[in-house]
Design a protein around this ligand. Structure first.
Ligand SMILES: [Zn+2]
Length: 508
């Protein structure tokens, strides 16, 4: 029996993004990439663990049969799932012949890959140097971090994401220039290095190219730190367009694509913000920005523009279903309604926000109003989206009225945020295991002590609230195995390169 799972809620909104990607896929021919702006390194031999797929080489279909698979909002047992050679899910089946043909994933449960909506990969190099604050460490990093260091740091960050079940990342990228602050001969050099790092590791990436103009509200144009600084909105758009065309040519549309970021209203004056948003709209790109991260930011925005950030952006037509507000901690009731009625997304980063003592976004109100909630690892202090999910829920319970919670079925709602809604925020094709979407999934080891003994009806809550990261065993992206038994085939060299980069940055 073929079985087509129920579409998750919000699937109509998703369709827009997917159609867009599909059209681009056809235009670009869907060919394999020749990534990067500089000559690609000699291809590494494909290790056995990577070459393995659900069925032997030469077959037109890959199939898997875990103990149970999370699809249509439930864990199903005795259900195999199959993907075509493009890595897209084609069918689910309980037919004995199909079950016999599928690759058995014994003692494992399969779940859709997690989507990390907001990362600053380069900040992984600051880990351990920003507790509690790290202004000096950041300044040192900015003058020492070479292009190669950026690549090695992004690569280990994306590796760690894959190890934690993340199959798609939104990289909010604003480190653009050379260590001395001057532009690279290719202005998009570091954007390309970030995409190359994602490709090397095998994770999908929405590169959100971020404009950052000034140090703070009312700051002079060009007062931003030199390595982030925007020359002008027009130049930013020109350079981004060059990159967009190159990425579209070099990569399948759902492996790497561009979005636009405005760092925040503090760092992007409204007129410049509007210019880059207009460009994003013409290309149907997603637009992300930090908003209302602190109460001070709201007060300064009110002083400069007479409105708080979300109200100001909405007044200028910038809040719509392609917009994602990052942090969104200090929102008025009207702003919650604006984000909700626009069907915009809100990305919260609980570990990062807690680390800075910033507070918690009113996500239960935002979700009730219609906004999509997703998760980001932001500073990459720790990379564990399920930990972000449980931290958010516990914060709501601590902060709110008695019995305050994200949703009545908290585990399902949190997992939806970590997968499907995150994909929608990035314009990604994944986020759920259903026919037509990519075979992006991770498995958990059902014998791991942190989740052992769970019956299927309690398994999702066990995973969301209790799974240790080591329980994540295998990770597949587009039907290709990237993590086998908790390890990436190229993990050793990637970690070694990063250790060398850290020595260069922090050594004498
Ligand atoms: Zn951020």
């Amino acid at each position: 029996m073929d079985r087509k799972p129920n579409p998750p809620r919000d699937s109509r909104d998703f369709r827009g993004g997917r159609d867009e990607r599909d059209r681009r896929d056809q235009r670009s021919g869907g060919g394999r990439p020749s990534p990067g702006s500089r000559p690609a390194p000699a291809p590494a031999p494909v290790p056995a663990a990577v070459a393995k797929s659900g069925v032997p080489h030469g077959a037109t279909e890959s199939g898997w049969l875990p103990d149970c698979v999370y699809t249509g909002g439930n864990f199903e047992t005795g259900l195999a799932f199959f993907a075509d050679t493009l890595g897209r899910l084609t069918r689910f089946s309980r037919e004995p012949a199909d079950l016999a043909m599928a690759r058995r994933l014994d003692g494992q449960a399969a779940l859709p890959g997690l989507v990390n909506t907001h990362s600053h990969a380069f900040q992984r190099a600051l880990r351990g140097r920003t507790e509690p604050r790290g202004r000096e460490a950041l300044e040192r990093l900015l003058v020492r971090m070479t292009g190669e260091d950026v690549f090695d740091t992004a690569r280990i960050t994306f590796l760690e994401m894959l190890l934690s079940g993340v199959t798609c990342v939104g990289e909010f990228h604003y480190l653009h220039h050379q260590p001395d602050g001057s532009p690279w001969p290719d202005a998009n050099h570091l954007s390309r290095e970030i995409i190359r790092a994602a490709h090397d590791v095998g994770i999908r990436i929405a590169l959100l190219k971020v404009a950052y103009a000034r140090g703070d509200f009312r700051g002079d144009a060009g007062s931003a730190p030199a390595r982030f600084r925007l020359a002008s909105a027009e130049q930013f758009v020109r350079e981004t367009e060059v990159l967009r065309v190159a990425v579209e040519k070099d990569f399948p549309a759902d492996e790497a694509w561009l979005g636009i970021g405005a760092h925040s209203l503090a760092t992007m004056p409204l007129d410049a913000f509007k210019s880059i948003a207009a460009y994003a709209r013409t290309q149907r790109m997603r637009l992300h920005a930090h908003v209302s991260t602190t109460a001070e930011e709201n007060a300064a925005c009110l002083a400069e523009y007479g409105r708080t950030p979300v109200a100001l952006l909405a007044e200028h037509g910038l809040v719509d279903k392609r917009f994602t507000a990052i942090d969104a901690i200090h929102l008025g009731e009207d702003e919650v309604k604006l984000l909700g009625s626009a069907r915009a997304a809100v990305c919260v980063c609980p570990i990062a926000e807690h680390s800075l003592g910033l507070g918690v976004a009113p996500v239960e109100k935002l979700a009730a109003a219609g906004a999509g909630i997703s998760f980001g690892s932001d500073r990459n202090l720790q990379i564990d989206l399920l930990k972000d999910a449980r931290m958010l829920e516990y914060s709501l319970r601590t902060r709110g009225q008695p019995r305050s919670t994200f949703a009545a079925d908290a585990a399902t709602a949190l997992f939806q945020a970590a997968t499907f809604t995150g994909a929608r925020s990035l314009g990604a094709t994944g986020g759920a295991l259903e026919v037509g979407r990519p075979a992006d999934f991770f498995t958990v080891n059902l014998s791991d002590p942190s989740i052992a003994g769970s019956e299927p009806d309690a398994l999702l809550a066990n995973i969301v609230f209790a799974a240790e990261r080591r329980a994540i065993r295998d990770v597949w992206v587009g039907a290709r195995q990237r993590i086998a038994n908790g390890r990436h085939a190229l993990q050793g060299p990637m970690v070694g390169r990063f250790i060398d980069a850290q020595r260069r940055i922090w050594g004498p």
